[in-house]
Design a protein around this ligand. Structure first.
Ligand code: ATP
Ligand code: MG
Length: 559
């Protein structure tokens, strides 16, 4: 796991600075962090950033990280999400110390609420949510005290117990902290701590019909677990005061909240709510659609855990929100796959090449490197014979200058094979090229080339007789605009209609018949690919993880 550790030369981020100062001052001997997802969706690339931060810190410093499901909202939560979250964190390469659920603390949280009531610091309010909102005031105007604010402790205890017992309908009463309706921080104006919700919870079933609000669950859970550094995103800055207030009044372990900026990726959305809409409205095939910015989508697309960790490490953490260019993520996966991917040849749109001077019926087995970047280079066999396929776009009848591929009278090398020259172009009645008659140079065999001929172009190819069929799925950005969430109207109206291109019959070299889900492939000149789970006995299906170069950026410049 040492590859996760931060390069010392990069310096410390501001959270690490705080932790090092705390450790140096003897405030703690070891630290505890937690990753606290709400199980209401699949994890996305923004969560990966938080995971790498929380788990990365306790790899670097003594201590451990808990996985805590923040499951206080029964309506949106589900065990399917719990399972997917665990799978994703493990896949990213991290191990949590304890698997915890905020719902396990419901009894304890209830007791905390009673404590506040007894201290005269919480009251049951019969106002509706609209009335509460109306009494809240504004940033420039103080709020108004609720008519129920001065209920006696006894009455509050009685009503709260009856709320718990299920005597009242949803929304009819809340438990509120008694702080200050004129507080400059609006969140401190008697925040709601508990609400009534007669709903089935994915873990506690029907045991509860009152549920704590985020602000009365999160900090308390941190405290119960003795989390030292509770890291959350910037939108919780105004909540910190309440976080501290609850800990102080309850006289419980003083966890501390620190905030960092959310990480957003361009050309996509990183919000579970929006991703859920894409899934429910079938704009994508599921949470793990390879176009989704979810961890499961990226995994299916062929991203490696290392590439995602590397990406999170490179973007680091900051206090100001910003948009990260998806090309950085693509760069990270290219870097990693270049080191590990097996090279293979696949022709997407073929034109047949006939080597007129290669004896009919003859076949030979050539060798090609699996990966020239590997420490120990291994080889695979590729059959060669008289009839081959090359990419249609690799031939031009009237080539422009600097077209170093095949053209009438022009020579190219076939990768790991021979140099060929195009002698004749055969067309059908409609003028479409059907065959290229070429001659090969016998002395030019790769590895033992004595021909003395220099050619500028090398093409990928497959033997027509031995080629195997496969389907490839090519992906483009899911959205047409950089930040669909900030555009006018529905973010879904900015979906890129061409985000998926399926080529259902490509011609692959036979080595790909033995493809495995654990391997990544570089289809020469086409990009990095991985086997998709839709692969069956009948059909190989590959996803393109990423192109070899950033075709999109070039396209944009042209436009
Ligand atoms: P979403 O809006 O996608 O539902 P969330 O913040 O509500 O996100 P949680 O399940 O509450 O999702 O998040 C778990 C943890 O991940 C939190 O600590 C949260 O701050 C962090 N997190 C969520 N989104 C991002 C992001 N885009 N960048 C960095 N951290 C994030
Ligand atoms: Mg949330």
């Amino acid at each position: 796991m040492s590859d996760i550790k931060k390069d010392e030369e990069k310096g410390l981020n501001f959270i690490e600075e705080i932790i090092e100062a705390d450790l140096a001052a003897g405030k703690y001997n070891s630290i505890i962090t937690r990753f606290p997802p709400e199980p209401n969706g699949y994890l996305h690339i923004g969560h990966a950033s938080s995971i790498c931060l929380n788990f990365g810190l306790t790899l670097k410093y003594p201590g451990y990280t808990n996985l805590r499901f923040d499951d206080t909202n029964p309506v949106t939560e589900d065990t399917e999400y719990v399972e997917s979250i665990k799978e994703d964190i493990k896949w990213l390469g991290f191990t949590w110390k304890n698997e915890l659920f905020a719902s396990d603390y419901f009894d304890q949280l209830y007791a905390f609420a009673i404590k506040l009531i007894n201290k005269g610091l919480a009251y049951v309010d019969d106002s509706t949510s609209e009335e509460i909102a109306a009494m809240k005031g504004t940033t420039t105007q103080p709020g108004v005290n609720s008519p129920y604010r001065d209920r006696s402790v006894e009455e509050n205890l009685d009503l709260f117990a009856r709320m718990k017992a299920g005597e009242f309908p949803d929304g009819s009463r809340t438990l509120r902290a008694k702080i200050d309706m004129a507080h400059p921080n609006m969140i401190m104006r008697d925040p709601v701590l508990y609400r009534i919700k007669h709903a089935h919870h994915h873990r506690t079933g029907d045991a509860w019909c009152i549920y704590p609000m985020y602000d009365f669950a999160h900090g308390q859970s941190d405290s119960i677990e003795e989390v030292t550094h509770s890291l959350c995103t910037m939108e919780f800055v105004p909540h910190r005061e309440l976080y501290d207030w609850c800990i102080e009044k309850l006289e419980i372990y003083p966890s501390h909240q620190y905030e960092f900026a959310r990480r957003n990726l361009n050309y996509t959305v990183t919000s579970k709510r929006k991703l859920l809409q894409l899934v429910n409205e079938k704009h994508v095939t599921g949470w793990d659609d390879p176009r989704m910015p979810t961890i499961s989508g990226l995994r299916r697309r062929g991203y490696t855990p290392f590439s995602i960790r590397d990406f999170c490490d490179r973007i680091g953490i900051a206090k100001r929100e910003n948009m990260i260019d998806v090309s950085l993520l693509e760069f990270c996966v290219r870097e990693d796959l270049n080191k590990s991917a097996l090279r293979r040849m696949v022709v997407f749109d073929p034109v047949k090449v006939i080597l007129t001077n290669y004896p009919e019926g003859q076949e030979e087995m050539l060798q090609s490197e699996n990966n020239p970047e590997a420490e120990t280079v291994t080889h695979r066999d590729i059959p060669f014979c008289r009839e081959l396929y090359i990419e249609r776009e690799d031939f031009m009848e009237v080539p422009p200058k600097k077209f170093f591929r095949l053209a009438p009278g022009q020579m190219v090398r076939l990768k790991s094979a021979y140099i060929i020259r195009c002698d004749e172009v055969v067309k059908d009645a409609a003028g479409t090229i059907t065959e290229l008659h070429c001659s090969y140079i016998p002395e030019s065999k790769s590895g033992s080339d004595t021909s003395g001929i220099n050619v500028k172009g090398t093409l990928h190819w497959v033997s027509a007789k031995h080629a195997v069929s496969a389907e490839v799925r090519l992906y483009d950005r899911l959205f047409r605009v950089e930040d669909p969430s900030s555009e006018e109207g529905d973010f879904k109206s900015y979906i890129n209609p061409d985000s998926l291109q399926v080529i259902d019959h490509v011609y692959a070299e036979p080595a790909l018949l033995k493809s495995s889900f654990d391997e990544r492939y570089q289809f020469l000149r086409k990009g990095y690919f991985c086997l998709d789970k839709d692969t069956s006995e009948e059909k190989l299906v590959f996803n393109r993880t990423v192109t070899l170069k950033d075709a999109w950026a070039k396209e944009q410049k042209k436009g």
